[in-house]
Each structure stands twice: as C-alpha cells, then as structure tokens.
Design a protein around this ligand. Structure first.
Ligand SMILES: Nc1ncnc2c1ncn2[C@@H]1O[C@H](COP(=O)(O)OP(=O)(O)OP(=O)(O)O)[C@@H](O)[C@H]1O
Length: 236
C-alpha cells in the first residue's frame, strides 16, 4: 500500500512558499533550508493543516484490483488525515492532561484497538524514559519531555504518512537514538517527511532523500548522501 505525495507548483503566500514542486515516497525525506525558508509552512501544507493558495498536493496509494491490476488511487482529505501522524514545531498538546491521559486520548483517536491501548502506551513511555512522569500534566513538563510526547503521539499508530517538524530539538543523544530507530523502522513502509536545521541529524544514506528549500522554492531534491552539494549553500 505504497503512498505517494506530489506537490505541483504549490504557493502559500502567508508562509512565504512561492513554488514548491516535489514528490515524496516511502522512506525518509529531510527538508532543510535556512530560517524562514518555509520548512514549517511546507510541512503544515502536506499535513493538511493549511491549504495552498495556488497549485495542488496530490495524495495517492497503490491499490491492487482483481480486474485492472495495480493502479494509483487518489485519496480524499479525510483518508489522508486518517493516515497522518504530525508533530508540529513547538508542540504543546493538551496542557491540562497528564501524559497517560493525553496519550490514551490520542491512541483512541488514532484507532488503536481498545485492548492494545494500555500496553502500547506503557511500552512507549517506558522506552522513552517518561514512565516516572506519566501522572504529570503536560504543562509541567520541560521542552525536551514535551518533545518526546509530541513524537510519541505522531508515531504511536505507525502512520503511513509521518510529518515531523524539527523532531530532535531538545533531546539528548540517547533519546535521539531511541526515536531515530523508531522512525527508521517506520520508514520501511511509510512516507516520513522531517525538517531539520541540524545537518548532523541527517542519516546520509542513499535510501533517504533530501529536499532543500530556499525562499519558499524547492531548489534541490536528491539522495540524502548528496547533502554535500547543498551544504555550502545551506551554511552560508
Ligand atoms: N501565520 C503566519 N503569518 C505570517 N507570516 C508567517 C506565518 N507563517 C509563516 N510566516 C512567515 O513565512 C516565512 C516562512 O516561515 P516558516 O516558519 O515556514 O519557515 P521555516 O523554514 O520553518 O523557519 P525556521 O527554520 O525559523 O523554523 C517566514 O518569513 C515567516 O515569518
């Protein structure tokens, strides 16, 4: 059930996106660019949190039909939303809920079977080092702790499309490793799009992709192992 997202000449003036044209497929695509290049706006557009002024974003998935064989089926906005995990920049969640309550709410919301909710949450909070804090309200958490909740809610149901805005901000090395391995596992069968301003966070393998955004325009799309081609421009 391979999902594909195609952006055609997307324009979103408020977020300074003037011409975004690119294709996202299974695996990780890193979106990089200077401050204000439009990374967060692009991610919000793909997550359907905002709509383009011009151009289109097309979501399809590969479907097997007994009579016609394999074909790409256009997905409705509702279908797309049901398969997206999104962690926005400056994630806050529901500040008056405890970690446990918030993640339970999100797990139900994302369709995790009732019988699996408790064990799924327990596994995530234990492995991410949040177990002792599970009865704390989100508003009492540090930036890094909140970031982990943002990541868990985006990844918890293994979404077919996962959009993460600066996912590793505020995490220590061990926490980064834990979430990176969860994201890498998900990348085998999902479209992962993540922004980062830290080039060292990119895993520069040929299977990962890199999208370089400059002044709201997609300037470079290639293998993440080609980062060297854009690094000079990126760091200017
Ligand atoms: N809701 C908004 N209202 C007004 N201007 C906006 C809005 N959202 C984004 N912008 C502007 O659009 C441009 C792109 O912003 P965006 O946050 O997408 O960039 P970014 O690449 O994610 O930057 P950073 O790396 O600093 O997070 C910026 O100039 C920003 O000020």
């Amino acid at each position: 059930m391979s999902v594909r997202i195609v952006l055609n000449n997307v324009e979103y003036l408020k977020g300074n996106i003037s011409d975004a044209t690119c294709t996202f497929t299974t695996g990780i695509t890193y979106v990089i660019g200077k401050n204000g290049a439009g990374k967060s706006s692009l991610l919000k557009l793909i997550a359907t949190a905002i709509s383009p002024d011009q151009g289109e974003i097309e979501y399809t998935r590969l479907v097997k039909d007994e009579r016609t064989g394999l074909y790409r089926k256009q997905l409705s906005v509702e279908e797309v939303r049901s398969m997206i995990g999104f962690m926005p920049q400056h994630f806050t969640g529901h500040s008056d809920m405890t970690i446990e309550r918030y993640l339970t709410y999100m797990a139900f919301h994302k369709g995790i079977p009732r019988s699996l909710v408790k064990s799924t949450i327990e596994k995530w909070v234990k492995e991410s080092g949040l177990y002792e804090l599970r009865a704390r309200k989100l508003r009492t958490l540090s930036g890094g702790q909140l970031q982990k909740i943002g990541l868990i809610q985006a990844l918890i149901n293994q979404p077919r499309i996962c959009i993460l805005d600066e996912p590793f901000e505020g995490l220590d090395n061990q926490e980064k490793l834990f979430f990176k391995s969860a994201i890498n596992r998900l990348a085998f069968h999902s479209v992962i799009i993540m922004s980062t301003h830290l080039l060292e966070e990119m895993e520069q393998s040929a299977t990962n992709s890199l999208l370089y955004l400059e002044d709201g325009t997609t300037r470079f799309y290639g293998g993440a192992d080609e980062a060297g081609k854009v690094v000079g421009r990126f760091e200017e």
